[in-house]
Design a protein around this ligand. Sequence first.
Ligand SMILES: Nc1nc2c(c(=O)[nH]1)N[C@H]1C(S)=C(S)[C@@H](COP(=O)(O)OP(=O)(O)OC[C@H]3O[C@@H](n4cnc5c(=O)[nH]c(N)nc54)[C@H](O)[C@@H]3O)O[C@H]1N2
Ligand SMILES: Nc1nc2c(c(=O)[nH]1)N[C@H]1C(S)=C(S)[C@@H](COP(=O)(O)OP(=O)(O)OC[C@H]3O[C@@H](n4cnc5c(=O)[nH]c(N)nc54)[C@H](O)[C@@H]3O)O[C@H]1N2
Ligand SMILES: [Mo]
Length: 685
Amino acid sequence: MPVQSEVRRSVCALDCPDCCALLVNIEDGKATRLRGDPEHPITRGFLCAKVTRYLDREYHPERLLYPQRRAGAKGEGRFERIGWDEALDTVAARLRETAERYEPESILPYSYAGTMGYLQGSGMDRRFFHRLGASRLDRTVCSMAGMAGATEALGLRYGTEPEQFAHSKLIIAWGANILGTNVHLWPFIVEARRKGARFYTIDPVRTRAAHTADRHFEIYPGSDLALALGLMHVILRDGLEDKDYVARYTEGIDALRRRAAEYPPERVAALTGIPAADIEMLAREYATTRPAAIRLNYGVQRSDRGGRAVRAIASLPALTGAWRDVGGGFQLSTSHAFQVNRAALERPDLQKKSPLGREARVINMIELGKVLEETANPGIHAMVVYNSNPAAIAPNQRRVMRGLGREDLFTVVLEQFQTDTADFADILLPATTFLEHTDAYFAYGHHYLQMAHAVVPPPGEAKSNVEVFRLLAERMGFDDACFRETEEEMIRGLLASGHKFLDGITYERLEAERSVRLNVAHNGDPFLPFAEGGFGTPSGRCEFGAEVLEYAPPVESRLGAWADGRYPLEMVSSKNDDSMNSTFGNRDDVDRQTSAAWLNPGDAAARGVVTGDQVRVFNARGSCLVRAEVTGDVRAGVVRVPAVRWPKHSPGRQGVNVLVDDRVTDIGGGPVFFSCLVEVEKCGD
Ligand SMILES: Nc1nc2c(c(=O)[nH]1)N[C@H]1C(S)=C(S)[C@@H](COP(=O)(O)OP(=O)(O)OC[C@H]3O[C@@H](n4cnc5c(=O)[nH]c(N)nc54)[C@H](O)[C@@H]3O)O[C@H]1N2
Ligand SMILES: Nc1nc2c(c(=O)[nH]1)N[C@H]1C(S)=C(S)[C@@H](COP(=O)(O)OP(=O)(O)OC[C@H]3O[C@@H](n4cnc5c(=O)[nH]c(N)nc54)[C@H](O)[C@@H]3O)O[C@H]1N2
Ligand SMILES: [Mo]
């Protein structure tokens, strides 16, 4: 028999700025090869290591295939197979009962970015929970602090296109692990460097990108606001600002001058650990090199002053006029340019039809542990988890686990794999992967809107999130037409926003082209969002906001309010290069990578620790056993634990997030993963 063979197009749905276009070889209905689309302007024919191997995950023997019901204790992970009808009937009955007995707000949806697809990530699910009147989730765990800071400065969170980095003469990767988390920006940086650009990194960790950099600035975690103010100090002191740009398009320069005057390089050196001469040099080069681009990623904002640090950094290109240039400016995220019709997609108006008849309360997802402990107003009695693994990724893990372990909490989990969170489910439902369902995709590192259909059938009885919430809506008796919409109708709805960036981008065009550049500029011209002002702030100008930019060290840092010498090291649990948060945590090699603590040679020697030793990383919240890796790639005083290991693989089921507090950032309500004091000790020989 001849083998039926063809190549189909897909899109990688993992939570990454690059949102790659994929080509999938299909033979006899099975995917046999996955490649980056060579014709996609950003993917450019290559994939990261983890997605190159994605078919191992797709066809992994541990994929969840059938609906299951809990058969053991909470968290134990023992289940028995049931049918879809029984599973859905049980879920619908329990949700209805919970809503009636307590209030609809005692039901909590919990989801994040397992898939970046619009429909599977924030489509039918949102409609369902709005109609039900469930508590709403503030999805803060990743980027809200930075978004809040960028919004304060710029109003519109637009960013420099990746393609333009090829034209830069100075590129600063600021808290951005580009080769690990955003590798499709790299070719543009390589091209710029070939043409003479310099490339600098600012990070407490010497990442692989930092190893190749012309200069690496070893900063203490959470001190970036001080550094930004130090740079502003030098720029303004020496008159290096773009006076014309500042006068025309910014607000608050006088107050900024006064604020920056308080941060001379010597003071900033003491706060950041970066020598004063380096601060002078960096400021001068940044202000006098054109074009200059800053790639800020989310590392900086996972700290107490993270939101305002982003505000200050996002203001730098307005001070120097870097927004004027092709290849200049700033990129934190490009996602705001995807001006789709969110209301049509998520239908917040359905809340009026819920038993509450009003907007439901909002719960900050990083406070999950706390919220599950509370019993009043009303307490949470049912939870539906999808696209997320809170038992591994949420801060204050012990508290989260305690909450998930509550016998009286009814928990539904939609998952592809048996994660720690899945272990706590009462009803566990098998979910499809992006190769098995239809979706449309924005990106947060480029400006191409994409669409993909299923390229292979789901294994076993797996269903997409859209399908599960559609079926649940039917069982709950929600008869609004939107619950019967097809994927195609949902995509048509989200495209119909009337925003000029989506002009002419129709379903038909997406179907034909699969990846379409937003109309961010005419005729494919470079997108220069703020070359002539046009900020989205109340004043229409870049708002420096000096009055709120006073720097204070993170409370958990060597200079911070909680420092008392007991836990002298600052822990950064930054992203692991070869995985994706806790996704892929079932892989042995990923488990090894994420069960290590990187220690500076001086800090290791002081504790009698050598590479390979078992060490305990601990603080008052808990402790976590890992293997020591002694390396100059992490600055003195800092320990790095690559995130995120599956807790169930750790002794005592304590992952790195037992160490992390669940307090929130200055603005945006974000987490403080990278402001965490710990001590490290060698475990018995
Ligand atoms: N391979 C891989 N890729 C990923 C992910 C993954 O887990 N693995 N996760 C995806 C997700 S969800 C996200 S949000 C993005 C995040 O992408 P990034 O923001 O690039 O990743 P992070 O590890 O959060 O932080 C970036 C860098 O900031 C540094 N850093 C930590 N604290 C500070 C600080 O206070 N100041 C400065 N200047 N630097 C600091 C870290 O050491 C790290 O090298 O990556 C996405 N891509
Ligand atoms: N210590 C520490 N903790 C962190 C971070 C850190 O840097 N350090 N990073 C934080 C950040 S930035 C983020 S974004 C969060 C990420 O937290 P999460 O968004 O929870 O990310 P993952 O851990 O990758 O878990 C996603 C889960 O979704 C599942 N999934 C994927 N696609 C689908 C689908 O279509 N349907 C369903 N039902 N499930 C699907 C996957 O199998 C996976 O188990 O973690 C945060 N936690
Ligand atoms: Mo994230």
